[in-house]
Design a protein around this ligand. Structure first.
Ligand SMILES: [Mg+2]
Length: 163
């Protein structure tokens, strides 16, 4: 079945539902994080307090984090500075290269690395391609995104009930 290939390992309503305990349960110590519609609304330049607090809670539990976004560098850099997290911008997800770059440059253990994001055809597909653990989170205000992202949403909606 084709939908099997796009199936995330976990499906959650929000990135903030990812707890250190949940990661540990799945053998994960490192997490790559999508930015737009995962940690913040697309149009916002900075992360909301809720995402900052969540990031802090993972850091306190020694989870290695890295932002991994298809967004342009100048946009993602602002978020990286806000959080003091390393980042890969213009990652070209669903291609797996950004994931590989993040894992190798930060010395993450690939077998203990997951990716969390709101797009099946970018974040999840990239994670599957790179053969790491994938966590789908429902998007925050997806209507604010570019048309080329929004056109993929109806297809995602049709796919999700199969998972
Ligand atoms: Mg996104």
């Amino acid at each position: 079945m084709l939908s099997k290939f796009f199936r995330p390992n976990l499906i959650l309503n929000s990135v903030t539902e990812i707890t250190p305990a949940l990661l540990r349960e799945h053998g994960l110590r490192f997490l790559l994080l999508d930015v737009d519609c995962t940690l913040k609304r697309y149009r916002d330049t900075l992360l909301p307090e809720s995402s900052l607090r969540w990031i802090e809670s993972l850091q306190q539990a020694n989870i290695g984090l890295c932002l991994l976004s298809n967004g342009k560098k100048h946009r993602i850099q602002q978020v990286a500075e806000q959080t003091a997290l390393p980042y890969v911008a213009a990652a070209m997800k669903p291609l797996p290269f950004g994931i590989r770059t993040a894992i190798s440059s930060l010395g993450f253990d690939k077998a203990a690395t997951g990716i969390a994001g709101d797009q099946i055809f970018a974040d999840i597909l990239a994670g599957r391609w790179a053969k790491i653990f994938t966590i789908y989170v429902a998007p925050i205000h997806p209507e604010e995104e570019h048309w080329y992202t929004r056109i993929k949403r109806p297809l995602e909606k049709r796919l999700l009930p199969h998972f």
